[in-house]
Design a binder for this molecule. Structure first.
Ligand code: PEP
Length: 258
């Protein structure tokens, strides 16, 4: 079986002005050094910076991603941005169903599935976020929640090329807390099993990222867990040196997590 090439994606959330694009230049310089990480690298800046970031990254392997999209391709949706517009601005992927959007805007699994379908329509990969809240973990409901969100959020025709799953325990996002490697392994193995049941070979080859307080000090421990095929990184992606230190977990490994 071919190893899955990991992806480390940085989610800048609602952070970043034009001046912060200098971090992309720094990241590019760091990535030019040896040893180079055996992983794909993506930055998801706010939509306002996508077009400029594309210019900054024109000679780089760093991929551009966006943070959300509307299900429709165009129409009377003031303030919204379609997947086609993101692709036009240079994005190759879009995050959908992040817990902050599920919480702030009441996004349901059905909406997340529509957004992932919109990403595919526009030729973007969909990074679908799922994960339990703290209370749900305490109640022993983690796998039930993950199963429900995964089944409800996966659009028809999801493939390993057009879909990435990000397991992000909500209680670990931005808190500094993380599950143990054993807990991460259990959830990722469960997701891998479901994906295989639902999508066969495509599910076996699909990337499953871990997200939630990944930082330089814990990256190697979390990213070498079986079935962890990379990370979705929030806070620690804002500084090139921190993000590069996380990527270094993949230096010289040739790709791990299978
Ligand atoms: C996220 O919001 O996707 C995330 C993982 O954030 P942080 O790394 O800051 O916990």
């Amino acid at each position: 079986m071919t190893a899955i090439r990991p992806l480390v994606a940085g989610n800048w959330k609602m952070h970043g002005l034009a001046a912060n694009l200098a971090e992309l230049k720094s990241l590019q310089d760091l990535l030019a050094m040896e040893p180079q990480p055996a992983a794909d690298v993506m930055i998801c800046p706010p939509a306002t910076l996508l077009a400029q970031a594309r210019y900054f990254l024109s000679k780089s392997d760093i991929l551009l991603g966006a943070q959300d999209c509307h299900p429709d391709s165009q129409g009377p949706h003031t303030g919204d941005i379609s997947a086609e517009m993101l692709a036009d601005a240079g994005a190759k992927a879009v995050i959908v169903g992040h817990s902050e959007r599920r919480t702030d805007y009441g996004e349901t699994d059905a909406v997340v599935s529509q957004k992932a379908g919109a990403a595919h329509r526009a030729g973007l990969a969909a990074i679908i976020c799922i994960g339990e809240r703290g209370r749900e973990r305490q109640d022993g409901a983690t796998l039930d929640i993950v199963k429900r969100q995964l089944d409800g959020s996966l659009p028809p025709a999801a493939t390993a090329a057009n879909t990435i799953i990000a397991y992000e325990p909500v209680w670990a996002i931005g808190t500094g807390w993380t599950p143990t490697p054993e807990d991460v392994a259990a959830v990722h193995a469960f997701i891998r099993g479901r994906l295989g049941d639902e999508l066969g070979g495509e599910g076996s080859a699909m990337r499953i990222l871990y997200g939630g307080s990944v930082k330089p000090s814990n990256a190697r421990e979390l990213l070498t867990v079986p079935n962890v095929n990379g990370a979705l990184v929030g806070g620690a992606s804002l500084k090139a040196t921190d993000f590069y230190a996380i990527l270094s977990a993949y230096s010289g490994t040739g790709g791990r997590g299978r």
